[in-house]
Design a protein around this ligand. Structure first.
Ligand code: IVH
Length: 672
């Protein structure tokens, strides 16, 4: 027993070291030595052992990166030394003045040595390490006191929870200052998702970083791709550095990420050319910078120079040209995206903004327009940050002359004329058109996907060619293609053309539910399509049902019913369906398994440990049960895995029976 406990302890220690080491190689050095799935496997094994034996988990285990229990509020922490702010300069003359000022102060005419760094556009934080272990992390706050955001900072992948000890000696106390930032690519992805969902759009990566750090639930922070560069020191005991450059090198030894691309400069000329070089590289960097920071390298000189008001006399921010400008909105037009979302885009009076001519600005969604009260004809402030696409910061309402007009979403899609609708509680407007050219590629991809008609050989590259060469205008056109045309396309030979023809032919024997899934009706996935097919039995039955009749179907709520009825009410959609049927589809009713779970309905939420969701779904279906997407009073069981969503809460509210994974197994085995 003790032996096995010892062995377990040793395994946990070994895994902890391995996960920390490989995480460091991946997130700090960007030089992984194992594959992502090998890393995930180690991480999972360690999490599992820690869960089973919490008493054996090591403090500051790298599994803390997934976040901890939510907090009620942030507490206040005092910084080890005040966190100062920086004075700004914007040109060479001011830089020369700055140098003269400090030379006069130091009573010298000797050139000074500076370390010059990119100025990261993020959120300033302080991290305190005690005996090499991360103890506290805080926001800048008022410079003296900040908020304790330790839980959130611990989730940042590149933040060392324990310092490495194979280089510079680890001080007893080390307070490091740095910048938490949101990498540009992740920032663009985040805003795209938020635009699609009709949510609030972040103006720049700094706001997105601040938003992620302010979460009381660190699991949300963990889900964001935040990163941290270190650029300064608070209290360090014992202190052993002569210069700032030396300190940055030590950070690297300790496993932290010092701010990159720094340069030691010995003159105003060198600093100016560094600043210009960085301004030129600005758009190519994977994070946003808004200038450079120059710092006197010698810590002794820094000490002698001291501070004026709340800024050090030994450092200065040398900013880039602003990426903000004002212009006028000439018009606002909706643009239809590949998922059918209508995005309002402003055409602008062309304006130069940090090197590019800006003609358009996305207004993202209706809520954004209303929040900022943006109207056609308005004079606006635009900003380009972390993205080439500019963002409307605000309207200059004082510039209005009364001729400005509010924008309204059209009720018909500008691309195909189909109906445009808005879901309750959502800001996004969507086009329902099945053959809307804006959505065509996406809908064809979905049409042939594994869960829909499962058409092998109908890949993305082929779909692109078919659409671009105007060979198909809707999914029905796929069945009118001939072998010769297909064989003439890029990357297609006679053989693959022949195979695809055979495949298309075979898929006409689809089940009704696969056919309905393939139509790509919003909110109707595999499970709902099955419910519809079972309830109505025929395609005519489904198409003929009105909203009310649909709402009466088990597992279908008002939102889904509205989406289905709207889809089939569209004349264009009905035409495509007729065309499909004319190609000889023979839809089969569902073959339903009968078994111990016949008539029982299940909802799965959270992740299961011993089986995937689709495995669970298959096993339930094999016994005649069915799995649906949302909990209602008609649900028999909700199966709750790890990290369940709101469905678990809803089940409790409705008094639906809740099963854990073991409970589900018992039911499956008992019935099987
Ligand atoms: S040094 C006492 N270095 O900019 C000097 N700051 O506008 C402390 N910042 O509060 C700052 N990149 O949060 C320094 N390479 C860098 C920086 C940097 C970004 C932030 C920092 C500071 C703010 C001042």
């Amino acid at each position: 027993m003790t032996d096995s406990l010892e062995a377990l302890k040793a395994e946990i220690r070994e895994l902890t070291d391995k996960v920390a080491e490989h995480g460091y190689r991946y997130y700090v050095l960007d030089d992984p030595r194992i594959t992502d799935s090998e890393y995930d496997e180690l991480f999972r094994r360690l999490s599992r052992l820690e869960r089973e034996h919490p008493e054996l988990a090591l403090p500051n285990s790298p599994t803390a990166k997934v976040g901890g229990p939510p907090l009620d509020r942030f507490t206040t922490v005092r910084h080890t030394l005040p966190m100062l702010s920086l004075d700004n300069i914007t040109n060479r003359e001011e830089l020369a003045d700055f140098e003269q000022r400090i030379q006069r102060f130091l009573k010298t005419t000797d050139p000074l040595e500076y370390v010059v760094e990119p100025k990261i556009d993020g959120v300033g934080v302080e991290l305190v390490y005690e005996d090499g272990e991360l103890a506290v992390a805080s926001t800048r706050g008022d410079g003296v006191d900040g908020e304790d955001i330790t839980q959130n900072v611990r989730t940042i992948r590149s933040v060392a929870l324990s310092l490495r000890r194979d280089g510079a000696a680890v001080p007893r106390l080390l307070a490091v200052r740095g910048e938490v930032f949101y990498p540009t690519e992740g920032f663009q992805r985040l805003n795209r998702q938020r635009e699609e969902a009709g949510e609030y759009i972040f103006a720049n990566p700094r706001n997105a970083a601040a938003g992620a750090l302010k979460q009381l639930d660190s699991k949300i922070t963990a889900s964001r791709p935040l990163d941290l560069f270190c650029h300064g020191m608070g209290a360090v005991e014992p202190a052993s550095f002569a210069g700032h450059a030396e300190f940055l090198a030590a950070l690297q030894d300790w496993g932290l990420k010092p701010v990159p691309l720094t340069r030691v400069c010995g003159s105003v000329d060198e600093i100016v050319s560094y600043q210009e070089e960085m301004e030129g590289r600005r758009d190519a960097l994977p994070y946003e910078i808004d200038g450079v920071v120059l710092k006197v390298n010698s810590l002794e000189l820094q000490r002698r120079l001291g501070q004026i008001a709340r800024s050090p006399r030994w450092a200065m921010a040398y900013k880039f040209k602003p990426r903000q400008s004002t212009t006028r909105i000439l018009d606002i037009q909706p643009q239809v995206g590949r998922t059918g979302t209508l995005t309002p885009v402003a055409s602008l009076d062309p304006v130069q903004l940090a090197g590019v001519t800006v003609r358009n600005a996305s207004l993202h969604n209706m809520d954004e327009i209303q929040r900022k009260d943006i109207r056609v004809g308005d004079t606006i402030v635009i900003e380009r940050a972390g993205d080439v696409i500019p963002y409307v910061v605000r309207v200059l309402a004082e510039e209005r002359d009364g001729s400005e007009r509010p924008f309204e979403m059209p009720t018909q899609c500008p691309m195909c004329g189909s109906q445009v609708y808005r879901e309750e509680g959502e800001a996004a407007y969507r086009c329902v058109g099945l053959s809307c050219p804006a959505k065509l590629k996406e809908s064809l991809k979905f049409f042939g996907s594994r869960h829909a008609l499962d058409i092998e050989g109908l890949g993305e590259k082929l779909i692109e060619q078919l659409v671009e060469k105007k060979l198909v205008a809707d999914s029905a056109d796929l069945f009118g293609l001939d072998e010769e045309t297909l064989a003439s396309l890029e990357r297609m030979g006679a053989k693959s053309a022949q195979n695809l023809m055979g495949e298309l032919h075979r898929r006409k024997d689809a089940t009704l539910s696969r056919f309905v899934t393939a139509l790509g009706i919003r909110h109707v996935g595999e499970a709902t399509a099955k419910v519809l097919a079972e309830h109505f039995g025929t395609l005519d039955g489904i198409m003929g049902a009105d909203e009310e009749a649909l709402t009466e179907v088990r597992d279908i709520g008002p939102e889904v019913a509205k989406s289905i009825a709207g889809f089939f009410a569209d004349a264009g959609n009905r035409r495509v369906i007729e065309k499909l049927l004319a190609h000889g589809f023979r839809l089969k009713a569902e073959a339903r398994a009968e078994g111990a779970l016949s008539g029982k309905s299940f909802v799965l939420t959270g992740s299961l440990e011993t089986m995937s969701r689709s495995e669970a779904q298959k096993m339930i279906a094999a016994l005649g049960g069915r799995v649906s997407g949302s909990v209602s009073g008609k649900t028999d069981y909700v199966v709750v895995g790890a990290d369940p969503g709101s469905k678990a809460t809803k089940a409790e509210e409705l008094g639906v029976r809740v099963l854990d994974e073991d409970g589900l197994r018992a039911l499956l085995e008992g019935g099987g």
